[in-house]
Design a protein around this ligand. Sequence first.
Ligand SMILES: [Zn+2]
Length: 424
Amino acid sequence: MAALIKNGRIVTAVDDYVADVLVDDGRITTIGARLEVGGDVEVHDASGLLVLPGGVDVHTHMDMATPTAHTIDTFGSGTRAAAFGGTTTLVDFCTPQRGQSPLKALEDWHRLRESACVDVGAHMILLDADPGTLDEMKTLVRHEGVSSFKLFMAYPGALMLDDGALFKAMRVAGANGAMTCVHAENGHVIQALVDEAVAQALAAVTEARDRGIAVHAETCPHYLFLSADEYERPGFEAAKFVMTPPLREHSHQPHLWRGLKTDDLQVVSTDHCPFCFNEQPHGLLYSKQQGVDSFSRIPNGAPGVETRLPLMHDGAVVRHGMSLNRFVEITATAPAKLFGLFPKKGTIAVGTDADLVVFDPAERWTIRAAEHHSRVDYSLYEGRELTGRVKKVFVRGQCVVDGTRWLGREGMGQYLRRGASGRP
Ligand SMILES: [Zn+2]
């Protein structure tokens, strides 16, 4: 069905103007002033509101099994939460089990992904760089649309690759137009040093970019809005904030905000890796309570997919004076470009997918986990007041969110075969 979004202020990474957007058959077909349409077209008035490209979150872990825990969101629940937060594209991490080949892991991931309500692509985590794995990397890029690989320099004995394996995997990725994402905490460096690393790690990225090297850096809202003070919370409350990398000192935040403004940080993603705080009703496997007697057994990760866009609008635009264009760039355009999804995703133009967010930049509201759509039972930002709220969301032209109403359905999300990654 065709739809017309009238009188909205259209903001992309480079544009800012008032116009009507006509969408048909999943794509934007016309952008213009005072478009006339027939009675068979659904009309949405966006007067006084922003029309933004759907958010692109390139770091999520839906329905992920680890040897000891399982994230609580299915693709169905997690992508519905994403849509309510104005995010219409995810790139999720496919995590092979130990000894499982990447291609087999992708097959399993696809079965889980079928319940998605928004479009989803995959990154592949590599647990080794054996000849078979390196060979499958090429197949993944050329035939499966998986053009980015995650390598870990942390978690010795579990996920960590040695320098030789890192080098081999990076070489194959580079030769095939794929990107390697490195979890750059050194597994052998003691925690005291890691704690100093945010500003320094960022300094290394800045220096490399100044020398013309294709290095990109992401951050997550929790590093911008929260600090290690959360670990001082009474009782077991601190478990809600257990994640890797951990939250840092307050003093790191100005560096991150500055990096976002100066393009030393290019992407804001969520690392949505949700475990419930309470054991019931879903069980211990999905809960932080596993670590109630031993801090080291707390499942590692936190939710965030539903709050990224409004948090970043409030923090970046309202409180830090960032332009709306830059806000769109870091939450949609840059991630789409870096991960081979642009211009299908990440902007508003004739011919692109009609993934659109109608956003009220003035509405004030308060984050409450009880009103979220994820299956997780808490928010890192409970009680935080924000300015700016998602009002309507369109996925390939279909209105899936209208205020508090859900109009989408599980299974309507499509798999995104991505092109070459790492080209901003
Ligand atoms: Zn992650």
